[in-house]
Design a protein around this ligand. Structure first.
Ligand code: IPE
Ligand code: IPE
Ligand code: MG
Length: 233
């Protein structure tokens, strides 16, 4: 079995999972958090090297104040306990997205978690928080414009390598497999540049019901694909 090097996940359906059970949406996020922690270890066991999850988009601020604060509190809790534990188990954690838009205490927790796990050589775990691909590209372009303005580079120095190196995912290989749960088949502003040649897999399961078996099924489907990169093999 060919194990994808980098698997990215759009975790969707927490709200629908809760609704189906007559629970408040928040409870779906609580259960979804537990799934993230389980999948982190499952991915590692399967031999996946890079695992990236979409936790909170730049658009998600438009949700109710109540839901946004529940999500932020849940993030606080995972960044200080569950993910911290993973970091102590050789998992390297990186946050992608605009960290400056997060509460100062969350920014501090992130800085600590990233620094303390930077030398870890196990699973490379990326969490997208306040992440939007258009926002990421926009930030990269402003930086490029400044580099040109300041004479650091010329316009001809802006090539694919420059762009890749100045996105939040610098040093992280592009995903081989993207999974979106809960039946929706759209990107919702996730990794537009990085997913150029990625295989997509859509699962009907709501994220809180996603498990190792379902992850293995996605990898099995990935193995049946005839991967191409523009060349007719
Ligand atoms: C995914 O579940 C989690 C986040 C976007 C934070 P949703 O909250 O989007 O769940 P649905 O799509 O409403 O079911
Ligand atoms: C995408 O899910 C964002 C995350 C998984 C964090 P959404 O549920 O927010 O996306 P849309 O609104 O259905 O496109
Ligand atoms: Mg959703």
């Amino acid at each position: 079995m060919n194990i994808p090097n980098h698997v990215a996940v759009i975790m969707d359906g927490n709200g629908r999972w809760a609704k189906a059970k007559g629970l408040p949406r928040k409870m779906g996020h609580v259960q979804g958090g537990k799934t993230v922690e389980e999948m982190l270890y499952a991915a590692d066991e399967l031999g996946i090297k890079y695992f990236t999850v979409y936790a909170f988009s730049t658009e998600n601020w438009k949700r109710s104040e109540d839901e946004v604060s529940a999500l932020m509190n849940l993030l606080r809790s995972y960044l200080t306990s569950g993910f911290k534990k993973a970091a102590n188990n050789n998992v390297r954690i990186r946050i992608i997205g605009d960290k400056t838009g997060l509460a100062p205490d969350i920014q501090e927790i992130i800085a600590d978690l990233e620094a303390s796990s930077a030398a870890n050589t196990g699973l490379q775990f990326q969490i997208a928080i306040n992440y939007g691909s258009r926002d990421e590209i926009l930030r990269m372009m402003r930086r490029a414009a400044n580099d040109v303005k300041n004479g650091v580079i010329g316009p001809e120095d802006i090539d694919e390598a420059y762009i890749s190196a100045h996105l939040d995912t610098a040093d992280i290989p592009d995903p081989d497999l993207l999974i979106r749960t809960s039946g929706e088949q759209r990107l919702s502003n996730f990794l537009l540049w990085q997913l150029a040649y990625t295989e997509f897999y859509f699962s009907d399961k709501h994220w809180p019901d996603f498990d190792k078996e379902e992850l293995a099924k996605a990898i099995e489907a990935f193995n049946k694909r005839d991967r191409r990169f523009g060349n007719a093999k």
